[in-house]
Structure formats: C-alpha cells, structure tokens
Design a binder for this molecule. Structure first.
Ligand code: ATP
Length: 938
C-alpha cells in the first residue's frame, strides 16, 4: 500500500525516470488504480481541493452591517436624541438600527448561500483510468497514482507526470503569470537547474491545455500542489465590488444626502418660522432624516439579484456573478454560433456523395439501423470499394463513441462530438464493424481537429500494406479547404489525378446540400511509406503541414442537423425585445444562411454573409458599417469573434457572445456577457464566461435576458415602494410647520419609525421575487448609462404616490378629529385622547396606503389582476404581518406608550379598509391610460 511518505519528495525524482517507470514509482499501473485503492488513497491524502481563502469571519460580516454610513448616521441620531432628553426616541432609533442591521445580515447571508450553491453546481470533472476503464470523476476525488487523460481546453486539476503527450501545449499563466502556452513532453529529464514549473514533463493544477492531448500520472493533489502552495501564501486578496454594488453605494449616499437636506430644511423652518426651541427642532429634523433613509436597501437588492440567478438556473443558465444579471437585461446584441446552440447537434448522415454517384442513407438518430441506397438497390462496404474506403476513413478519423441503449438511456447515445459520432453510425449501416477496422488499422497518431484548419487527420498502421505503403492518413474536414489539398481522386477503386472540373463538380454538390441547411464533410486519404522522402521517420515529427497534402479525395458525407424547435420563438422574442442576433459560425456560408433564414435570424432574401477570409481583409470601419445591417459571419476562426465583439462594443452595443473552445476565451472575456456551453464547452471557455448554458441552447440565453430584465425591474419596483412612504411621512410635519403649529403634529417621529420598519421592509421583499412581466420582452433594452434611481421613479415616488398618500393620510387625521366634533380651525390638542387616536389613524392610513401601493408596484403598466392578484405569497404574508403589528401597537399598553397610539373606532376601520382599493383603482386607471398611449404610439 502507498504511504504519504512515498509521495512527499516525489516532485524531486518523478521527472527523472523514464515514462515506463512512472507507474512503479507512483504505485499504480496502466489500468489505473482500482476503485478500492483510490478510495483508500482519498482517505489518506484527503480531497483534492485548494482551500479557498477564508472569507471574512461571520461575526465581522455581522458587525459590518452596523458601521455602514447609513448606520453611523442612525447611531449619531439616536445619541443626539438621548442628549436632547428624549430617551424613548433614542432607544427607538437605535432599535431601528439594530433591527435593520440584523435584517441586512440575514439577507446578505441568504444571498451568499444562494451563490455558494451555484458555485457547487459548477463542479468540474477529470477523466481518469480506473479499473482499466476510462471514467469521469469529480476533480475533488483525484488521488496520487491516478492515470489522468487530458485534451485541448481542459483544466488540469492535479500535479502530474506525463507519460504520453501528443502536440501538448499547456497554459500555466495561473502559476507563472506567463500567458504564452508552453510545450510539454513525456520524456525523462536529467537536469538539475530547473524549477518545478520549468520541467517539461510535469503538468500542474490550475493550468489549462491549450492544444494537443496527453496521459499523465498524478503525484500531488490538493494543498500539496504548486498551486496549493501559492494559494497558502496569498490568502488575503480583497474582493472587488461589482458595478451594481458601486451603483447601489452611490444610490444610498444620494438618498442619505436627500435625507440630510430635508432634515436641514425642517430644522431651519422649525427654528425660524415656527420659532420652536432649538432642541425640539433638532429632534424634529432627526425624525425626517430617519424617515428618508432607505434601511435594508443594499441587502434586499442583492437578494433580488440572487433570486434572479436562481430562476435562471431553472431555465438552464448558470450566472457566475450577481452583477451579470443586470448586464444581461441590457443586452442589445447576441452573437451566437450555430452548431449545437441554434441546431440540435444531433447529426444524422443522410447522403454520401461519390465522384460518380450520389447515395441515400436511411434511418435517423444514432441507432445503426438503416441502409445505404443507390437508386433501388442496397449498397454495403463489400459491394462498393469507394463506399468502403469513404466510411472506413471517416469512421476511423473520429474520437466519438456510440453507446448502445442501457437502463439509464433507452436510446443510442454518443460520447464525444456528434459530427464524428454519426460517421461511425453510417459505417455500421454499410456493414462495417468499427471494432474490426480499428483492430486492422490501429491508430498511431492524431493531428487534432482545430477550428482554424477546419479538419482533422489520423494516421494508422496498416497490417497489410496497401500500394506498398504501410501507413495511412485519413483526413476529414471542410470541403472547400480539403479538396484544395487533394492531387488525386478515387473513382471506382482507381486513384487518378483530380481535375478542376471534378473539384468544381464536388463543390457544386456541396453548395446544393448547404443551401438545404445540411452540413458537409469531405474525406480524403493518403498512403504513407516509411521510405517516402517527404515523410519524417519519427511519428512525433508528423505535422498537419507535412501530412495534409498530396491527398486523394474520396467523397462527401452529408449530414442533417435540424434547428432546435424552440429557437424560432426565442429569435422572434429577441427581435421584439430590440435585441439583434448575429450568427458567427465556423460552418459554411450557405449552410449558415439557410439555417439563419429558417429560424428567422435574417429576414431579407439576400443577407450579407462575410467569410473569415473576407473579414480578415476588412478595415474596422468597413466592419462597423457591415455590422449595422443583417449579417452572418461564416467560416470564421474563433479568434475573429473577438474583433466582431470589439467593433460592436465600439458601436455602443451591449454584447453577449457564445463560445465553447479554447480560442473563444478572449471573445468571451471581451463580451459584456460571455456565454459558455455547458455540454460541449471546454473548461477554459467556461472559466472565461460570465454565464454557462447547461443545455447549450440559444433559447436559454433569451430566457436569461428576460430574467435579467425582470430582476432589474424588481429592484426598481422595490425602490419605488420604499420611497413612496417618504412624502406622506414628511407631509404631517410640513403641515405642522407651515400652519405654525395650528395643526398639531399629525404623525410623531416614533410613528414614522414604526412605518419604516413595519411597512417598508416586509412586503418589499416580495417585490424582489416578482416574475417577469408580460411584455417585458416587447420593449427595447434599457440604456446601460441610466441610473438605477431614475427620474421616473423619483417623480412617481415623490409626486404621484407621495402626494396621493399624503392627501389620504392627512384626511384620515382630520376624519378622526371631525367624528369627535373637532373642525379644521379647532383641532384636538396635542396629548388629548382624540389627538392620540388621530395620529394613530394617520399612521394606520399610511400603512394601508402602502398596502395598495405594494400591489400597484408589482407591475409597471400591466394590470395586477392580470398577473394574479394574490399570487405573490411573500407580499400577502407581509401585508398580514404588518396589519398584526399595527393591531399590537394599537392595543398593547406598553407599545401604546412607546408609539403614542390608541385603539381606533369602527368608522375609522371602515375608512382604512377603503384606502387600498382606492389607491389600487387610481393606479389601475393610470396604467390603463398608459397602456393605451403605448398602443396608439405603436
Ligand atoms: P459553430 O461555429 O456554429 O459551432 P461549426 O461546428 O461548424 O459551427 P467549427 O467547430 O469551428 O464550427 O467547425 C468548422 C468546420 O470544421 C465545420 O463546418 C466542419 O466543416 C469542420 N469540422 C467540424 N468538426 C469537425 C471534426 N470533428 N472533424 C473534421 N472537421 C470538422
């Protein structure tokens, strides 16, 4: 059994031994560890995790809620109240502060839990060999001795020694800061002057595979790795604030300044106009400040965003940070690729094209059930040598596997690239047995597919030499580019020079398939002799430039990849929402155009299709001009996406872009919202992105945009609601001041504080979880520069609701006076029973106004009855709770004393109950008019 000591100094010896001895050194073998051994080692070495930097301890997080600018303002205010000999007020203000602090902490805690849960959904996997089989395991479970497989785009999750490497290049920038990829080999190294990171046969946690593939044996995991050591040293990195957090901090300051200004005005009016004593006036001003401060704003907004994120998860979009939610809502352009995002990526070969005939292939899906038909007779690999070679080449030049149905999946499924998988399926339909041909022609080298070359080659050993050669290269890829590399063509088993006419004939066939939205791959072959002059003897010296030339064209394989059914509607939604879609694909222009037309991305008959080559020759100005119209980018390399995104951003667009490969990372980072594919995406793309689609589906981006818009709107609804009560809270004091005391103060400061906590906080939470409003995607995107607290909200809160609620609440005050025999010129004196009942009534009236208002705030222009009047449970519960609180302070003697309240009569209750429907009705009328205006302006 392996002990920890065996591995302690492993990094000092493991690079010196030959690849074959690595297994022995690490006490494993080519079949990998057995499951039991892996389990034991996991116990012994612990989980393979880098301990995250310790966040702020919980008590500090808790305390920070009591030392924000707003909180300090409240502490001082409370202190002043004590000095001014108003201890109840002092206690109350401090209570407000404490309750607000606790409330904020709970919200913050809940939001952080929600984001933590998201992080765990982003778990990454490693491919290892265990018990002789390739399996996927969580990277946490990697142990020393695991035989790990790596390929382009994957993240390396443990320190390991390479035992096989094919064109392997690794990006170690996370460890070294150097962003250029470094070459890695599997040979032993006998130098002493290298640091660990410079040793070319070692790979390290935190690096990513830039190209090529390899096999390595893990020798260090978790905190023992090089990254673990660095992480141990740098534990105190501070978190950056997101743009939204900054905006919110600014907003809190703005509102606090408004509060201070109002407080000051009230103070001056009280001292100089009413001639109140300075101390009393001060208290008065204090009340105003407290009334205006938006307690609970920051954490509630965070929670609203976190809820948005949770909803997006349900729609298959994982957002990595909260602030992306609001950027999503402003998206004006979505740059999307085609294969898999707009289409199903479930390829079925439906035609084979040979230079002398076209064949039909029947059957759908990955089940090898179907036939290859020439007119009216069936073809097999035995009856047609060209079909035999075409399908042997195509299926051997593939890394995908077809999995037969099992208990979990009742259908045939594939592991790997569907484009490659369907080639195996059609080969089986022709009667070829994949296992047999793989044994007859074992693969000895692969020149990986890359999106720039747009092709892939595999080299095989021939057990029986063909044409005197004992190796063969099979290449498949984009037809135009591959046919250009061919010198010969195979017709009826005969290799002959390829003519221009033949090339043209093949391209005409290719174009006619592409116009039907079909995907076409060309297949070619080259026999390689060991004594050929231009072929190197060492396999590792084979490069695409050397091998992919002088090829023999065999034919075309044509496959269907139908659009995803839900995409058409999503595209339509985008158009209604003023969001443009730009397709940027590696596929052929005609195929791209056909699909784009079919799903409605382009509406004109002749959209502009710009190829990668054309794009290269365009200046930035020309590109910007082209981007103003409907345009499709086809046959582009992933690097070119960056330029398109950059130019769109220069045009003022907010860009979301999709990507899956290593080379997509720069564009994903550059975009306002980088969207990586969860299924086909590489770790590198996922890391660079802001959002990951768990189903690779374009429609999910559109859902996420919708949720983003809704989350932002919900924050605004919440803001409007909590600002609504400010004016009615201030109006009674204003009435008192302007009447020089003839109207005894209709609402005391203690009562204002009760409203702030009783009514403002609880139902407001419910607004944060409102669903997207109907028609939210019928409006153009929001302007990114517009502040969160815009003029519309200020006008609505301070003038519309402010005045409405002030009139209602002051009327309530006068109403109680009048039913008790007082009149406007002769109001009940301060301290009298009628006065106490009247102020209680002002307070209750504001609470009831806010009940109507919270319902109104649920929608901007839509009728609340249309979205389900009682559907928001949090709001309903909040309303019930605040009415209970109101009853408590009216009836429990202790609270009566603190808040200066008393029970109110039946008439008053009838008055109160009438308020919400009136507020609701008035706003419903305004909404209806506003809808009408919007309709007529359409
Ligand atoms: P999109 O960019 O919309 O996802 P795509 O899959 O066509 O579309 P790439 O993956 O960049 O884009 O592929 C570019 C071209 O390379 C394809 O159109 C096809 O002709 C060819 N190709 C794709 N996959 C393979 C493969 N596995 N082997 C060989 N050639 C391939």
């Amino acid at each position: 059994m392996a002990t920890e000591d065996d591995f302690k100094t492993m990094d000092q010896i493991i690079y010196r031994v030959a690849a074959k001895q690595v297994y022995d050194q690490l006490k494993t073998n080519k079949d990998g560890l057995s499951s039991e051994e892996a389990k034991e080692r996991l116990q012994q070495f612990g989980k393979n995790t880098i301990k995250e930097k310790q966040g702020r301890p919980l008590y500090l997080q808790f305390l920070s809620n009591f030392i924000s600018m707003m909180a300090i303002l409240l502490w001082i205010s409370g202190g002043i109240a004590f000095v001014a000999k108003m201890p109840e007020l002092g206690v109350a203000v401090w209570c407000v502060n404490i309750i607000n602090g606790i409330f904020s902490f709970i919200q913050e805690y809940k939001a952080s839990k929600a984001t933590e849960a998201l992080k765990s959904m982003l778990a990454s996997y490693a491919r290892v060999i265990r018990d002789g089989k390739e399996v996927q395991i969580l990277t946490d479970e990697l142990v020393p001795g695991d035989v790990m497989l790596i390929t382009e785009g994957e993240k390396i999750s443990a320190d390991a020694r390479l035992i096989e490497a094919s064109d392997l290049q690794v990006n170690q920038s996370a460890l070294t800061g150097e962003s250029n990829p470094v070459r890695k080999f599997s040979d032993a190294i006998h130098r002493n002057d290298l640091t660990n990171l410079e040793i070319a046969n070692l790979i390290f946690t935190g690096s990513t595979v830039s190209s090529g593939s390899g096999k390595a044996v893990v020798f260090k995991t978790g905190m023992d790795t090089e990254l673990g050591k660095i992480a141990g040293l740098t534990q105190n990195v501070t978190d950056e604030q997101s743009p939204l957090q900054k905006e919110l901090n600014r907003l809190t300051k703005q509102i606090s300044i408004i509060a201070l200004t109002f407080g000051f005005i009230f103070f001056v009016l009280a001292v100089f106009f009413v001639k109140d004593p300075v101390a009393e006036s001060f208290i008065f001003a204090l009340g105003m400040i407290v009334a205006f401060i938006p307690e609970g704003l920051l954490p509630t907004v965070t929670l609203a965003l976190a809820r948005g994120v949770q909803r997006m998860v349900k729609k298959n979009a994982l957002v990595k940070n909260l602030s992306s939610v609001e950027t999503l809502g402003c998206t004006t352009v979505i740059c999307t690729d085609k294969t898999g995002t707009l289409t199903q990526n479930e390829m079925t070969v439906n035609h084979l094209w040979l230079p002398d005939k076209e064949l039909e292939v029947t059957g759908t899906g990955y089940a090898p059930k179907g036939e290859i038909i020439d007119g009216d007779h069936k073809i097999t690999f035995k009856t047609n040598p060209d079909v035999n070679l075409l399908l042997t080449a195509a299926s051997l030049c593939s890394n995908a596997r077809i999995l037969p149905p099992d208990e979990k999946n009742p259908r045939y499924t594939v592991l790997g690239d569907p484009t490659e998988a369907c080639l195996g399926v059609v080969a089986e339909k022709a009667g070829l047995r994949l296992e047999n041909i793989q044994n007859e022609q074992p693969r000895i080298r692969e020149l990986h597919f890359d999106s720039r070359r747009k092709r892939m080659t595999t080299i095989h050993q021939l057990n029986k030499p063909i044409h005197g050669k004992n190796r063969v290269a099979y290449t498949k890829g984009a037809p135009k580019e591959l046919i250009e590399l061919c010198e010969n063509v195979l017709i009826n088993g005969q290799i002959q020079p390829i003519t221009d006419d033949m090339k043209k004939k093949a391209m005409t066939a290719n174009d006619s398939y592409a116009r039907q939205g079909l995907r076409v791959l060309a297949v070619a072959v080259r026999y390689l002799g060991l004594d050929d002059q231009d072929i190197p003897t060492s396999l590792s010296a084979y490069t695409p430039e050397i091998i992919e030339q002088k090829m023999t064209f065999i034919g075309l394989v044509v496959m269907a990849d139908p659009p995803r059914p839900e995409v058409k509607e999503a595209v339509q939604k985008c158009h209604q929402a003023g969001i443009r879609i730009v397709m940027i694909t590696g596929d052929y222009g005609l195929t791209a155009e056909s699909i784009a037309k079919r799903i409605g991305i382009v509406t004109g008959d002749h959209p502009r299709v710009i190829s990668g080559l054309e794009l290269e020759g365009m200046s930035d100005d020309q590109l910007k001009n082209a981007l103003k119209d409907e345009v499709i980018f086809a046959r582009v390399a992933p690097e070119q996406k960056y330029r398109v995104v950059d130019n769109l951003q220069q045009l003022g667009e907010v860009v979301a872009v999709t990507g899956d490969g290593v080379n997509d990372a720069p564009a994903l980072k550059k975009a306002d919202i980088g969207v990586a594919m969860g299924i086909t995406g590489t770790d590198v793309a996922k890391e660079a992105a802001d959002m990951i689609l768990t189903d690779d589906n374009f429609a999910s981006i559109v859902h996420a945009v919708e949720q983003g818009r809704a989350a932002y709107n919900n924050i605004r609804k919440f803001l409007l609601y909590i600002l609504n009560s400010n004016v009615p809270e201030a109006a009674p004091s204003m009435a008192f001041l302007l009447s020089k005391g003839a109207i005894p103060l209709p609402l005391t400061i203690m009562q204002i504080l009760f409203i702030d906590l009783g009514t403002d906080l609880i139902p407001a939470l419910g607004l944060g979880s409102e669903k997207p409003e109907a028609g939210i995607m019928n409006k153009p995107p929001r302007n990114l520069k517009e502040p969160l607290l815009n003029r519309t909200i200020l006008i609505k809160a301070f003038f519309w609701y402010g005045i409405l609620e002030s009139i209602v609440s002051l009327s309530a005050y006068f109403f109680v006076n009048s039913i008790n025999g007082f009149s406007l010129g002769n109001l009940a004196e301060e301290g009298s029973a009628t006065y106490i009942a009247a102020t209680t009534m002002t307070l209750a009236a504001i609470v009831f106004c806010q009940i109507g208002a919270v319902m109104n705030c649920r929608t901007e222009n839509e009728s609340v009855f249309k979205i389900g009047f009682l559907k928001n449970v949090t709001i309903n519960a909040g309303i019930i709770l605040e009415v209970i609180l109101l009853l408590v302070i009216m009836h429990v003697p202790l609270f009566q004393k603190v808040f200066g309240t008393a029970p109110i009569g039946v008439q008053s209750w009838i008055f109160l109950i009438c308020i919400p429907p009136i507020i609701l009705a008035i706003e419903e009328i305004r909404k209806a008019i506003s809808r009408r205006i919007v309709q007529t302006h359409k």
